[in-house]
Design a protein around this ligand. Structure first.
Ligand code: SF4
Length: 299
C-alpha cells in the first residue's frame, strides 16, 4: 500500500512511485496555537522560526519513544526494569536523528545528563503506577491519522496510543510529560483529544468510547467520554479555525494575543506585545502549513 504521501502510477515498464507535496493540513498543536495566539501560529507554521527545545521537552520525546518500544515487546516483558533499559537505546536513536538536540547538554557534567535520564525514569515509574502494560494489547502506538472533512479541511495528527476492545470500542490514550502545571495544559490537552476523536469518528464511523490523558509528571490520569453531538460541534469549530487561518494567511494579519501562556512562547523577541517586530510576512506556505514536530507530539 502506498502511504498517504505517495502516489503510485502504473506504467508499461514499471510501477513508479512519485512523491507528492503534502497539502496544508490542520494539526491539533497548530490549531491550539492559532486559538491561543494567531501570531504564535504564524511564527511556528508560516515563518517557521526555530525554537530551542527545553530539556523537559526532550525528556518527553524520549519517554514517548520508550513507551512505544515497550509496547513492541511481548506483553510479559513490559515491566519497569525493561522500560529503564530502553532509555539508553532510545536516546541514542533520537540523538542520531536530531544531533542538534544533544547540543543542549554541551558543557554539562556527565552527572547532569545522568540526572536528566533519572528524571525520565521517574516519569516511566509514574506510568507503571497508572496502568500495567502487560494487560494491554494496543492496536497502534504513534499512529499517524489523516482525514479530509466534507468541507475540504484536512486534519492530520499522531495519536500516542490507540486501544481497541474486542467489542470494537475505541480508547485514545495520550501521555503528558510536560513541566507546565496540569491546569494550564488541561484545556489544550482536551482540545487535542477531541481533535483525534473527530478524526477517528470520521475515519472509522465510531465515536471513541474514551479519551484518556495520562499525566506522568504528577501520576494522574483523566478520562473523558465524548458523544456524537459534541464531536459534530467540535468539527464545526475546527472548520471555523481553518477558515480563520486561511483568511489571515491571505493578508498576513495574524494578531498577537497576550496571555499567561506567553511565558512559554519562544518568540517574545519578535512579538509587538513585548516590544519586538515580526519578520516580513513571507506569504502562505505550501505545503504543510500545519504539521507537528516530534516535540509537539510529546508535550
Ligand atoms: S509572546 Fe504571547 S502574544 Fe507574543 S507571539 Fe508569543 S504567545 Fe503570542
Amino acid at each position: 500500500m502506498p502511504d498517504a504521501d505517495t502516489v503510485t502510477t502504473d506504467t508499461p515498464a514499471a510501477a513508479v512511485a512519485t512523491e507528492v507535496r503534502r497539502r496544508p493540513a490542520l494539526s491539533p498543536s497548530r490549531a491550539s496555537d492559532f486559538k491561543q495566539c494567531p501570531l504564535l501560529y504564524r511564527f511556528r507554521a508560516v515563518d517557521r522560526l526555530p525554537e530551542v527545545p527545553t530539556k523537559a521537552q526532550l525528556r518527553g520525546t524520549l519517554v514517548h519513544s520508550v513507551l512505544e518500544r515497550l509496547f513492541a515487546l511481548p506483553a510479559a516483558e513490559r515491566v519497569p526494569a525493561q522500560a529503564r533499559e530502553l532509555l539508553g537505546p532510545a536516546w541514542t536513536d533520537l540523538s542520531a536523528d536530531r544531533p542538534e538536540w544533544t547540543e543542549l547538554f554541551d558543557g554539562e557534567k556527565p552527572d547532569d545528563h545522568a540526572e536528566w535520564l533519572r528524571s525520565a525514569e521517574k516519569l516511566l515509574d509514574a506510568y507503571f503506577e497508572l496502568e500495567d502494560p502487560r494487560r494491554l494489547e494496543p492496536e497502534a502506538c504513534e499512529l499517524h491519522v489523516e482525514i479530509e472533512l466534507g468541507s475540504g479541511v484536512l486534519l492530520r495528527g499522531y495519536i500516542d496510543r490507540l486501544d481497541v476492545a474486542p467489542t470494537g470500542e475505541i480508547r485514545v490514550v495520550d501521555y503528558k510529560t510536560g513541566a507546565a502545571p496540569r491546569e494550564i495544559g488541561e484545556a489544550k490537552a482536551m482540545f487535542q483529544m477531541k481533535f483525534y476523536a473527530v478524526v477517528l469518528w470520521r475515519l472509522r464511523g465510531i465515536v471513541p468510547r474514551q479519551l484518556k490523558l495520562m499525566y506522568l509528571t504528577d501520576g494522574q490520569s483523566l478520562a473523558y467520554t465524548p458523544d456524537e453531538a459534541e464531536l459534530l460541534r467540535f468539527e464545526r469549530t475546527l472548520e471555523a479555525i481553518w477558515q480563520a487561518i486561511l483568511k489571515a494567511g491571505k493578508t498576513g494579519d495574524f494578531r498577537a494575543n497576550k496571555s499567561k501562556l506567553c511565558n512559554w512562547c519562544d518568540h517574545q523577541a519578535h512579538c509587538p506585545e513585548y516590544g519586538g517586530t515580526p519578520p516580513a510576512y513571507p506569504g502562505w506556505p505550501e505545503p504543510d502549513a500545519g504539521d507537528e514536530t516530534p516535540l509537539d507530539r510529546a508535550d
